[in-house]
Design a protein around this ligand. Structure first.
Ligand SMILES: [Zn+2]
Length: 491
């Protein structure tokens, strides 16, 4: 655990070197802290005991129930303290049951979401995603004074129940249960599951590979890489994920109907959308990364050095993000044309490339080498997958697209350079929030102006072309895959 998430690690080790610096008992110090501040990890304070999350957990949600009175032996606990510790332990066990129930219901909600996507009803399913966070907040506000932490669990559970109640009736109607089809559907489902699991490997395999090479990396490196990965995956989910989920049934429609030319047109306009959004986003965030990271993370044990470390790798991860977002679209096209095996082979090949390259580059360039490997991993994968898709859906990469990309990258880099310059020139007195907002908005405006002036009419995005004429219904197998991909990438 120390190896995996360790922005605090160097300080943790330092505290061992000069032990006399630590003042008093660590548990008694926690007892004095304020539970309102989430960085204290205090869950609640009882009458005789308090409950705190372990900073170095052995497992997810590892918590400790501690008496306020400083005691070194279990025998010295009073009858009352024993009772309260047991009471809190029971509460934790009860909450665990509520959460397991909520997890089970979430799977049911996920299934209903898949059926709604199959029927191309996206809005209700998307709005339902707001239920759990909203009900958790409402329950906490209304019930926290009577029920304490249990109010959060109840709110969470209520949200998942509502989610099921709203989505399930509509999905049951759409299902046409025919017993003769079921065994076939089951086999089909299993056959589709395998390639999806393989193509989702990067989200678990890349951190494992990073950890494998970590022996020759300085302390804290892995946590910089972890932060950077989470930032780019988060940005991609917010910007591209919804678009990809909606596009997929249309891809499969065209594929099933044999309309290869229409599928290609849709692929090209959606990729154009991805590039138009992600390339400037990546360059603007690269230029403003230090003020943004300072604003978002720099407090407590995330010090200036951590900001600089994360700032050093983030540009590479943002470059990789463009490829990752585009692969989100390209990989769905492979499922639409039932060529998942090609996708799996490309995925495994790229993974091997990443493993080798990150080992090699991290020796000379430390954790920045791993960042470079991440950028190359997604870019190479995108180029090869796009070329492979060319064999099944006409040619995907062409000179026009290359020209468009070249203009886009040049314009974005110019904006990035301008912003970098401008951020030095702006007066220090200006607050960090105002600075980031002003520069970010200015960057977007300048980019749009440049794009407007330099792009030809064909290069400007026409949203109508994204959803050009559709006639047939998507195939069931395609929708099963879509829902699988949709559920698992959001993690
Ligand atoms: Zn103590």
């Amino acid at each position: 655990m120390n190896k995996l998430w360790s922005p605090w690690r160097s300080q943790y080790i330092d505290s061992f070197l000069n032990k006399e610096k630590s003042d008093g008992c660590i548990l008694c110090n926690i007892a004095k802290k304020n539970p309102e501040d989430p960085s204290n990890l205090l869950i609640e304070k009882g009458d005789l005991t308090f409950t705190v999350l372990n900073l170095y957990p052995y497992n997810n949600g590892h918590l400790m129930i501690i008496p306020f009175e400083h005691k070194s032996e279990i025998e010295s606990l009073t009858r009352e303290e024993n009772a309260e510790i047991m009471e809190k332990l029971q509460l934790a066990a009860r909450l665990q049951v509520l959460f397991w129930l909520a997890v089970g219901l979430s799977s049911l909600a996920a299934f209903s979401t898949a059926v709604h996507h199959f029927e191309k009803r996206f809005v209700r399913a998307a709005l339902c995603l707001l239920l759990v966070p909203t009900s958790t907040v409402v329950a906490a506000v209304l019930l926290a004074s009577q029920l304490g932490v249990a109010s959060l669990a109840l709110g969470y559970l209520t949200g998942t129940i509502l989610h099921c109640l709203i989505l399930l009736p509509g999905s049951v109607d759409s299902l046409d249960f025919q017993p003769s089809v079921s065994p076939h559907l089951g086999r089909e489902f299993a056959a589709r599951l395998f390639p999806v699991l393989i193509t989702l490997l990067p989200f678990t395999a890349l951190p494992v590979i990073d950890a494998f090479w970590s022996s020759h990396l300085p302390d804290g490196s892995l946590s910089y890489l972890g932060y950077a990965t989470r930032i780019v995956i988060g940005l991609t989910s917010v910007t591209i994920h919804g678009v990809a989920v909606v596009l997929f049934p249309y891809f499969s429609e065209h594929a099933v109907a044999g309309q290869r030319e229409r599928l290609r047109a849709m692929m090209i306009s959606s990729l154009k959308f991805v590039f138009l959004l992600m390339v400037p986003l990546a360059t603007i965030l690269t230029a403003l990364r230090l003020p943004i990271l300072t604003l978002l993370f720099e407090r407590g044990s995330f010090d200036r050095q951590a900001t600089l470390g994360l700032g050093a790798v983030l540009p590479w991860y943002l470059a990789g993000m463009v490829g990752m977002a585009a692969m989100n679209i390209v990989s769905r096209a492979f499922y639409a044309v039932s060529q998942a095996r090609t996708l799996v082979l490309i995925g495994l090949g790229s993974l091997a490339l990443y493993a080798g390259l990150s080992g090699l580059l991290s020796r000379s360039f430390s954790y920045a080498g791993i960042g470079v490997s991440y950028a190359l991993y997604w870019t190479v994968q995108l180029i090869i997958a796009g070329a492979a898709l060319g064999f099944v859906v006409e040619k995907l990469w062409c000179v026009e697209q290359f020209k468009f990309l070249l203009k886009l990258v040049t314009a974005s880099l110019l904006v990035g350079a301008l912003l970098q310059r401008a951020s030095i020139l702006l007066p220090e007195a200006m607050g960090p929030v105002a600075r980031v907002l002003l520069l970010g908005t200015a960057g977007c405006v300048v980019f749009l102006l440049m794009a407007w002036l330099s792009f030809t009419a064909a290069e400007k995005l026409d949203f109508r072309s994204l959803f050009a004429a559709r006639e047939t219904v998507p195939s069931g197998e395609a929708c099963i895959t879509n829902s699988l991909v949709a559920r698992s990438d959001t993690r």
